[in-house]
Ligand binder design. Structure first.
Ligand code: CO
Length: 136
């Protein structure tokens, strides 16, 4: 059911400092920081040949990654995003197998303009999984 890994998201306390490390130490190709207030994050997109990494800093008072950073003050891997062809079919299959979808189960528009859903980390070995519908 799942397709390519679309991105791995890393929560960081300071996205500019993190981007400087990725560029200087890893020689990575990093975007300029972008504010996504509707998602409560400031993002740097790191492009690798086979996937993307997203460095995310909390933005605003209700950022979904604030509590993660309280538990992991240095930052850390926050979620893995897999591509799916049909997000509603994927959701219905997962719910049928007992997995929990976060929120009300209706896909939201993600950072790339595509429909996304998140799956409860307790159902996936402690890993928050994002599904993103990408038309092939
Ligand atoms: Co994501």
């Amino acid at each position: 059911m799942i397709g390519r890994v679309n991105h791995v998201a890393i929560a960081v306390p300071d996205v500019e400092a993190a981007s400087a490390i990725w560029q200087a130490s890893l020689g990575a190709d990093c975007s300029q920081p972008q504010d996504l207030p509707e998602h409560g994050v400031r993002l740097v997109f790191v492009t690798a040949p086979n996937a993307k990494i997203e460095l995310m800093e909390p933005l605003g008072d209700v950022s979904p990654i604030k509590s993660f950073l309280r538990r992991n003050p240095d930052g850390g891997i926050h979620h893995i995003c897999y591509e799916v062809d049909d997000i509603l079919a994927a959701r219905d299959r997962l719910v049928g197998e007992g997995a929990r979808v976060l929120g009300n189960g209706t896909p939201r528009t993600g950072a790339h303009g595509n429909p996304v859903l998140f799956l409860h980390p307790k159902d996936f070995c402690g890993t928050l999984i994002e599904l993103e519908e990408v038309k092939g």
